[in-house]
Design a protein around this ligand. Structure first.
Ligand code: NAD
Length: 386
């Protein structure tokens, strides 16, 4: 397949590019470096410097022999989008190119509007470009389990059959997100569903849980090919943050009661889920939705697991219960389905003690680079400034 990866510089985009080329697909990557620029603006840097896309693609080509063209530009810019689609002619598009951080989206009005505009405009431009240049191509779009929120009923895989006054209809599963970022993902799904119905697009929307880890089959022996590992409260995801906090002897910041439960997955499984979705495409006129996670944990369970393993490595790994800066249920029912990707052949990589130990050891190796002042700035869900 000719796969265009949008957001190819990102935490997930770059490992996906290597993974798909290693599995025989032709890949090009597109990115505006928005994430790097927002991190710099907010003075939060990843643990280890990440070479730019031109440097990483050159290194990957020298190691594995796969050439990956790079397009640097902003996917909210229609002229740039048309140029990329004309030059690369994809038959598959993986759409990661969004502002992905819930806390950033809740930071202030400017961050909120950037998230709203960026995420909806990239999605809309991709829909229009596919319809204009490659209407048979499939779109694999990254959504989030956060679209569903934490309802008091079981979460189905995307859809719900509703019976009302003796009649029945299948609807998108009810969604109520807990941040503006997650709400933009709901809006993306609505946009895709509209144009699937109007223009017979072929779409898979992956409701992904928080991802952890940095090691993949392709990058394992090459630190220069690792992804961003952010450990700050804006761009770091929870397990990655706890690992670095444990390594830095910084008490793990469990928000509130710590009963917030979500579905998690190893970065290796993200790559496999995306590849399996591409290799088993949705039909024309189908919006196919998979819940993409392998295990559920509460925040307290994650902190306890990190603590147990960190202690075997001689670390204190204290846990601090801090006031919850977010507005969210801290104790709730959570039972999401996730069979679709398993049926496609996903072989999950679970969160074992070995997986945790390997990540903690990596963090310890780079302990001198951890900036404790970046870890927790108490960014609240109700900001009061621009
Ligand atoms: N990482 C997770 O735990 C997680 C969980 C659920 C869903 N997701 C979703 O997966 C996708 C990828 O997440 P990630 O963690 O790799 O995020 P990321 O920020 O590392 O990657 C996204 C990339 O897209 C680029 N981008 C954003 N807007 C762009 C634009 N207008 N033009 C060109 N490039 C643009 C960014 O510069 C960045 O490199 C996102 O859509 C995110 O919402 C991620």
């Amino acid at each position: 397949m000719n796969v265009l990866i949008l957001g190819g510089d990102g935490y997930l985009g770059w490992p996906t590019a290597m993974h798909l080329t290693a599995h025989g697909h032709t890949v090009a990557v597109v990115d505006s470096y928005l994430r790097r620029s927002l991190c710099r603006q907010e003075n939060v840097e990843p643990l280890v410097d990440v070479p730019n896309l031109h440097q990483r693609t050159a290194l990957w080509e020298s190691i594995a022999g796969h050439h990956i063209p790079v397009y640097i530009g902003d996917l909210t810019d229609w002229m740039f989008v048309t140029e990329v689609f004309r030059r690369f002619s994809p038959d598959s598009i993986v759409h990661y190119a969004e502002q992905p951080a819930a806390p950033y989206s809740m930071l202030n009005r400017k961050a909120a509007l950037l998230t709203l505009r960026n995420n909806l405009e990239t999605t809309a431009n991709i829909i229009f470009a596919v319809n204009q240049f490659c209407p048979e191509a499939q779109i694999v779009k990254l959504g989030t389990m956060g679209e569903y929120g934490t309802p008091n009923i079981d979460i189905e895989e995307g859809w719900l059959n509703v019976e009302h006054k003796g009649r029945q209809q299948k609807f998108l599963f009810p969604r109520q997100a807990g941040s503006l970022y997650h709400t933009t993902k709901i809006m993306d799904t609505d946009l895709l569903w509209l144009y699937v119905r109007m223009w017979d697009l072929r779409v898979t929307d992956l409701m992904q849980g928080p991802v952890y880890g940095i090691f993949t089959t392709e990058n394992r022996d090459h630190e220069q090919l690792y992804s961003f590992l952010n450990y700050d409260e804006l761009f770091g995801t929870v397990l990655n943050r706890f690992i670095i906090q444990a390594a830095a002897a910084y008490p793990m910041t469990v928000y509130g009661k710590g009963g917030q439960t979500r579905g998690y997955l190893n970065i290796i499984d993200t790559l496999n889920c995306v590849r399996l979705s591409l290799e088993n495409p949705a039909q024309k006129g189908e919006l196919r939705i998979f819940n993409q996670f392998t295990e559920t944990f509460s925040v307290s369970q994650l902190a306890d697991r990190v603590q147990q393993v960190a202690r075997t490595l001689g670390l204190a790994a204290e846990i601090a219960r801090v006031d919850n800066p977010r507005k969210e249920a801290e104790d709730h029912y959570y039972k999401p389905e996730h069979t679709g990707l398993l049926e496609l052949g996903l072989d999950p990589h679970y969160l074992t003690d070995d997986v945790l130990a390997e990540m903690i050891e990596f963090a310890l190796k780079h302990k001198d680079k951890i900036k404790p002042e970046q870890i927790y700035r108490k960014i609240r869900w109700n900001p009061d400034g621009e």
